[in-house]
Each structure stands twice: as structure tokens, then as C-alpha cells.
Design a protein around this ligand. Structure first.
Ligand code: NAD
Ligand code: UGA
Length: 463
């Protein structure tokens, strides 16, 4: 079965970059990315490539090559569904904020809406691909909706979870460790799997394309994120012990990471992991385990989140304690607001929680981030609903220059590991700060010895 037109519902952090790379590598396939958010689609269509809705290194070049040739961004969801042979569902699946499973289960309303839209519009056979991260067994619900249309249209459902990380999305898509495709092990299911394998095989070696049944594929995605987050929580769980014993967490990480069975990645101690997925997917896993009565498994994975929350709040507490027990009226500079470097995404960023806790203590936060907008930072803080918008705005100042953000500050906290922070004129920053000038390096990226020579009081996580 060969595919001539692909539609992707959801032009977000996954749909946009993934489809751009698929279109770039498959110039003979028409790829239409649709979204109901007009502003997002307008931004994807922007002439000025700096105005794409998400910042990812290298993405502008991929979009420039494919857009208008075989890559299209549109709000005409129904038209694209009608035209496509293969439809990716790449919509958001956030943690539920209401009803049963509130605060834990994945909210599948957007996914179900897509399935219903496809059921309503389709007049020819379609392969429907789950790109969103979904609880194991979701394909059953999608199938149920699609198989009861009464139109005689045949649907094959595939699961093709995405493993890209933000900040390295293009690199991850161009050279993935693996591509995972799950589908029914029937004749038509296997044909659908093959059709999707052929699309990826234009640039991914076939031995890196893993095929499984639907349920293994759905569960592997949640499991991969749970394992990655668990490594971060595991290393973070040792930082306090390092601080009280004189061990250095970076040394420990290096020493254990050189064991080939452990490996060096995801062992960097931090203020805590953020991002839209780790917490959401683990909570979802915990919820599924609890629903099945698997309490020990649920408690095991929940501990990863508990440790992460602890790491964020203890970082904020360390700032308060070091600044003589009070930060009321004090200025604290934040370097970084994004949840990691090289992205403008702030979802679940530790910055939001640390700022919230310090504002609770009446500190004034002055932030500089190279890519995050002021509107986004205010909206993140207001989203916690701890205070009114007016109250928050009195405590949060956003700067577009790091030097002014740190001017007159009692302390600065490195929240995101942006490379540019290492290149600053630290003497100039020191001169502009109140003394003693504290640095709380939540990412352990700065040169401790050089900063202490200047006169800073430097505190890193796990040292
Ligand atoms: P996102 O919020 O950036 O994008 C989702 C988009 O879907 C939004 O623009 C929204 O307007 C659109 N949408 C929702 N319902 C729609 C509908 N019915 N019709 C048209 N458009 C609709 O989300 P994201 O970060 O791209 O994540 C999407 C999925 O991919 C999630 O399940 C997530 O867990 C998973 N995932 C995300 C990442 C990541 O790095 N962000 C990586 C791997 C997997
Ligand atoms: C993560 C996974 O890495 C992707 O494979 C997955 O596709 C994606 O989630 C998803 O499903 O959304 P992402 O959240 O974009 O990707 O970024 P990561 O590089 O995994 O970082 C997550 C968080 O952990 C960041 O806040 C990062 O700073 C933190 N982290 C990471 C550490 O604190 N220490 C580390 O050693 C690694």
C-alpha cells in the first residue's frame, strides 16, 4: 500500500517538527498539518522563519525546504482528513483537571474528538496513527468509534509514539535511536504497518524500525518516559546526601555512568525535571496501575514524582535559608525560565514552582530567558492560581537583558542550562549585585572556582 497524502491533526511541538521531517524526507508525499488554533497555523505559515510557533534548532531550514512544496499548514481539518490516506493524531493529552482520575489520568477528550471527526468525514479507507502519547489500550476506544460509523469505510489503527526531546527535535527525528510502530497482527494490520515503515525507511535504517502489536507500542512509550524521569529522580535523590557528606554529585554521576550497564545519559543533577510529558506520563502510568489494583507498582513510580517535587521546593528553600532566613523585599535574579535549554517551552518548568515559592516569601523575581516571552512567564505563574494576576505582576519582572535582570539582586538562580550563561561577563554581574552576592546554580553549569575568585558565594546542587 503506498501513501500519497498524509494529514496530521495537531501542529504542536510534536506534529509540527515530525511532519516537517517526514515531508522533507518524502518529497512525493503531500503532508498537511492541521490545527484548530488559527494563530498557531498562521505562525507555521509565517514568511519570517524566526516567527515559527516553536523554537527548535535546525527546524527553520527543514520548514524552508519542504513548506509549499509538499508540506502545508492549515486550519481546514475536515478537508485534510477527507483527502488523506494516512492520518496522524498528534493532539495534546494533558493530565485531567476534573472528574474521575483528576490530577493523574490522561485527558483523552481531544483524541476522542479527532476520532469522531475522522469517523464523520472519511469516505475512503484510512490508516489512523496514534502519535500522541496514550494510555495502553486507547486504540481500542479509537477503533470502537471508527468501526461503528456504518459507512463501510475500513480503518486500520497504528501506534507510532514519538521519542523526540525538545531542543534536539530535528536531530532526534533525523537520526532516531529507533522508530516504534504497533499495529494489529492481522493481514490488513500488517499491511498498514508496512505502509508506515516505508515512510520512515526513506531515511531510517530498517533494523531501527521496531514493529510490535498495538498494546506493546502504547505501553513502551509511557515506560520509556518513566525510565528516563526515574534516572533524573535517582540522581537528584543523592544530591542532599552529597551536600551533607562532601561528595560531589557530578563526580558520582561520572563514576557510575562509565559503567556500561548504567551509561552516562540522564544523570545530570538538576532543580528537577520539567516539560510537558515526564510528570504527565508517570502520573498516567500510576493511575493505570492503581486502576488495575497494582498498588506496589503504582507507589514505586509515584515516588519519581514525589522526589522531583521535593527537589524543586528544597532548591527554593535553600535560597531562603542561605539569604539569612528571609527573602522578603529582596531581588532574586533568574537565569532561564524554559524547562531545558534550546526550547521556548515552559510547561512544568521548575522555574514556575521555584518562583511561586519565593514569591510566597515576598521575594521579587527578575527573570531573563533568551527565548521565553514575558507573556508566557506571567501566564505560567498565573496558571498556578496561588495569587491574583495583579499580585503576581508586582513580584515578577521580566528583562530582555541578563545584566539588567541581575542588577541590584541579592542572589541569582540558574534555572535553565542555556549555554550563553557560561559566556557572560561575571565580573560585571558581580559589580552590579548587592553583597554578599549569591549564586544558586540549579544546573551545575558555571565555573565555581572562577566565580568564587570574583567574590561570589556559590552553591551548586549536590556539592
Ligand atoms: P501541543 O499542545 O504542543 O500541540 C497539540 C496541538 O493539537 C495544539 O496546537 C492543539 O490546538 C491541537 N489540537 C487539539 N485538539 C485538536 C483538534 N480536535 N483538532 C485540531 N487540532 C487540535 O502538544 P505536543 O507537545 O505536540 O504533544 C502532543 C502529544 O505528543 C502529546 O500526547 C504528548 O504527550 C506527545 N509527545 C510530546 C512530546 C514533546 O516533546 N512535546 C514528545 C513526545 C510525545
Ligand atoms: C522527554 C524524552 O527525553 C523524550 O524521549 C520524549 O519523547 C519526551 O520527553 C516526551 O514524551 O515528551 P523532553 O521532555 O523534551 O523529552 O526533554 P528531556 O531532555 O527528556 O528533559 C526532560 C527534563 O529532564 C528537563 O527538564 C531536563 O532539564 C531534565 N533532565 C534531563 C535533568 O534534569 N537531568 C538529566 O540528566 C536529563
Amino acid at each position: 500500500m503506498s501513501i500519497s497524502t498524509i494529514c496530521c491533526i495537531g501542529a504542536g511541538y510534536v506534529g509540527g517538527p515530525t511532519m516537517s521531517v517526514i515531508a522533507q524526507k518524502n518529497p512525493s508525499i503531500k503532508v498537511i498539518v492541521v490545527d484548530m488554533n488559527q494563530a498557531r497555523i498562521d505562525a507555521w505559515n509565517s514568511e519570517d522563519l524566526d516567527k515559527l510557533p516553536i523554537f527548535e534548532p535546525g527546524l527553520d531550514a527543514v520548514v524552508a525546504e519542504a513548506r509549499g512544496r509538499n508540506l502545508f499548514f492549515s486550519t481546514d481539518v475536515e478537508g485534510a482528513i477527507h483527502e488523506a490516506d494516512m492520518i496522524f493524531i498528534s493532539v495534546n493529552t494533558p493530565t485531567k483537571t476534573y472528574g474521575a482520575g483528576k490530577g493523574m489520568a490522561a485527558d483523552l477528550q481531544y483524541v476522542e474528538l479527532c476520532a469522531r471527526q475522522i469517523a464523520k468525514i472519511a469516505t475512503s479507507d484510512k490508516i489512523v496513527v496514534e502519535k500522541s502519547t496514550l494510555p495502553v489500550k486507547t486504540a481500542e476506544a479509537i477503533k470502537d468509534i471508527l468501526e461503528n460509523t456504518g459507512t463501510g469505510v475500513n480503518f486500520e489503527i497504528l501506534s507510532n509514539p514519538e521519542f523526540l526531546a525538545e531542543g534536539t527535535a530535528v536531530q532526534d527525528l533525523e537520526a532516531p535511536d529507533r522508530v516504534l510502530i504497533g499495529g494489529d497482527q492481522t493481514e490488513s494490520g500488517l499491511k498498514a504497518i508496512e505502509a508506515l515503515v516505508n515512510i520512515y525507511a526513506t531515511w531510517v535504517p530498517k533494523n531501527q524500525i521496531i514493529t510490535t502489536n498495538l498494546w506493546s507500542s502504547e505501553l513502551s512509550k509511557l515506560t520509556a518516559n518513566a525510565f528516563l524521569a526515574q534516572r533524573v529522580s535517582s540522581i537528584n535523590a543523592l544530591t542532599e546526601l552529597c551536600e551533607s557528606t562532601g561528595a560531589n554529585i557530578d563526580d558520582v554521576a561520572k563514576a557510575i555512568g562509565t559503567d556500561s550497564r548504567i551509561g552516562p545519559k540522564f544523570l545530570k543533577a538538576s532543580v528537577g525535571f520539567g516539560g510537558s510529558c515526564f510528570q504527565k506520563d508517570i502520573l498516567n502510568l500510576v493511575y493505570i496501575c492503581k486502576s488495575l489494583g497494582l498498588d506496589e507498582a503504582a507507589n514505586y513510580w509515584e515516588q519519581v514524582i514525589i522526589m522531583n517535587n521535593h527537589q524543586r521546593s528544597r532548591f527554593a528553600q535553600q535560597i531562603v535559608t542561605s539569604l539569612y532566613g528571609t527573602v522578603a523585599g529582596k531581588k532574586i535574579g533568574f537565569l532561564g525560565w524554559a524547562f531545558k535549554k534550546d526550547t521556548n517551552d515552559t510547561r512544568e518548568s521548575a522555574a514556575i514552582y521555584i518562583a511561586d515559592k519565593l514569591i510566597e516569601e515576598q521575594a521579587h523575581i527578575q527573570v531573563y530567558d533568551p527565548k521565553v516571552t514575558a507573556v508566557q512567564m506571567h501566564s505560567d505563574l498565573n496558571g498556578l492560581n496561588s495569587r491574583t494576576e495583579t499580585e503576581n505582576s508586582q513580584f515578577l519582572d521580566i528583562h530582555n537583558n541578563p545584566y539588567t535582570a541581575l542588577e541590584g539582586a541579592h542572589a541569582l538562580a540558574v534555572i535553565t542550562e542555556w549555554d550563553e550563561f557560561k559566556t557572560y561577563d561575571w565580573q560585571k554581574i558581580y559589580d552590579g549585585m548587592l553583597k554578599p552576592a549569591f549564586i544558586f546554580d540549579g544546573r551545575n553549569i558555571l565555573d565555581q572556582a572562577a566565580l568564587e575568585t570574583i567574590g561570589f558565594t556559590y552553591k551548586a546542587i549536590g556539592r
